[in-house]
Design a protein around this ligand. Structure first.
Ligand code: ADP
Length: 396
């Protein structure tokens, strides 16, 4: 059985064709600059194919995907009917979806309705779903896998903020959390590594550290708190996002700088975080290189992020009533050994003992604490596409 996994952004569309017998990726690629000019990349049969090609919308992007999968040197299937089902990364499922669902007209409408809470993510997600139905025929089973679903187990005390309760009732203003698919995948694997595959009795903190980053506190296999909020802006310093700030700073800056809500959003989402503090880059490799050359503000950005992560971990240990394991994942979590070492060394008060040699591993599953460490730490590469494919298979 082959499942196509789709992750649609406003001007991009990522795809991956996974053969579920053996869970192998047989082809993957990326449509970029949709509606602008268009760049298409397809990887299959050990080769990379790239071309500039106009893609006016997501439907046009799917035409490229179809052609690449079924013709030429990158061909991996004879007919489109070899694709059994399509799984979509859907971002905001609000309070309605605590798990993945088969896409129906009602589901599409609900995702559209949540666009007011996720204006950057839900509309392109819907476009991807509609374009997939147009390309593969409306009878192909499609599944939506929500970033927010795994976090739906959070209790009220963790997901509500101290605003008038009517805003929660009226608009659904609350913490939803994101990266749920990743937190779910790595925490489930962590439970296996702890010898407790059902998660019962485990207290885990998962650290998804990429361009966007979040932590989750997971007790008995269920999320009890997470750092991202109503949007993926809350939490600690990310590549270009500010993370937590005093909300009054927002109204203050809007007034002083004459910024509209959209402009202020842009500042907090695209000009802040590691980029905003360092003035160097949002990319961790550039930050690390600048630090080596003695760049003070790059160092400051790094130190602020570490400090904020450590504060969250401390808070989550209190919320969990102790800690059994910490997991690092995503681009930075899987590769940035210096950050992992720094964080774990500063958690020595919990009895964490770093295995400095094991910690040098990059991008592979490894335990990075010593056998006598009171809390175990792991690097577990995430695989959101595989979770989407597995959920899709299970639901069809
Ligand atoms: P996204 O949120 O876009 O999926 P990723 O999970 O791919 O992000 O993470 C991107 C981040 O990972 C970038 O800051 C990048 O610098 C960092 N990263 C990737 N590879 C390495 C590496 N080998 N060493 C250090 N940082 C890395």
């Amino acid at each position: 059985m082959k499942i196509l996994v789709i992750n649609a952004g406003s001007s991009s569309l990522k795809y991956q064709l996974i053969d579920m017998d053996g869970e192998q990726t047989v082809a993957k690629g990326l449509c970029e600059r949709i509606g602008i000019d268009g760049r298409f990349t397809h990887k299959a049969n050990g080769k990379v194919f790239q071309k500039d090609v106009a893609m006016t919308d997501h439907t046009a992007a799917f035409e490229q995907v179809k052609e690449a999968l079924t013709t030429g040197e990158g061909k991996v299937i004879d007919n489109l009917s070899d694709v059994t089902a399509i799984g979509h990364r859907a971002v905001m499922g609000g309070s309605k979806y605590d798990r993945s669902v088969r896409i129906t007209d009602d589901v599409l409408q609900t995702i559209r309705d949540y666009a007011s809470l996720a204006p950057l993510h839900n509309p392109p997600g819907v476009k991807g779903m509609e374009a997939a139905a147009a390309a593969f025929g409306k009878d192909i089973p499609q599944v939506a896998v929500f970033d927010t679903a795994f976090h739906q187990t959070m209790p009220e005390v963790a997901y509500l903020w101290g605003l008038p309760y009517e805003y929660y009732e009226k608009y659904g203003i609350r913490r939803y959390g994101f990266h749920g698919t990743s937190h779910r995948f790595v925490s489930a694997r962590c439970c296996e590594l702890l010898g407790k595959p059902d998660g019962k009795g485990t207290r885990i903190i998962t650290c998804h550290l990429g361009n966007g980053s979040s932590l989750a506190a997971i007790k008995d296999g269920k999320v009890i708190d997470t750092t991202m909020g109503l949007t993926p802006l809350d939490g600690f310093l990310m590549g270009t996002r500010s993370g937590m700030i005093d909300p009054s700073a927002v109204t203050f800056l809007m007034e002083k700088e004459g910024l509209t809500p959209a402009q202020m959003d842009d500042v907090m989402n695209k000009k802040s975080g590691m980029l905003g503090i360092s003035g160097v880059s949002s990319d961790d490799r550039d930050i690390a290189a600048a630090m080596e050359q003695g760049n003070r503000r790059a160092q400051l950005a790094w130190d602020m992020r570490s400090y904020q992560i450590l504060k969250y971990i401390g808070g989550y240990v209190a919320a969990l009533g102790g800690l059994d394991a910490i997991v690092f994942t995503a681009g930075i979590g899987e590769n940035q050994d210096a950050l992992r070492a720094e964080l774990l060394e500063k958690l020595a008060y919990l009895g964490v003992k770093l295995d400095a040699k094991a910690n040098l591993a990059h991008g592979e599953e490894v335990e990075i604490t010593t056998p006598d460490s009171a809390v175990r730490a792991f690097v577990i590469p995430t695989n959101e596409e595989l979770v989407i494919a597995r959920d899709t298979k299970a639901l069809i």
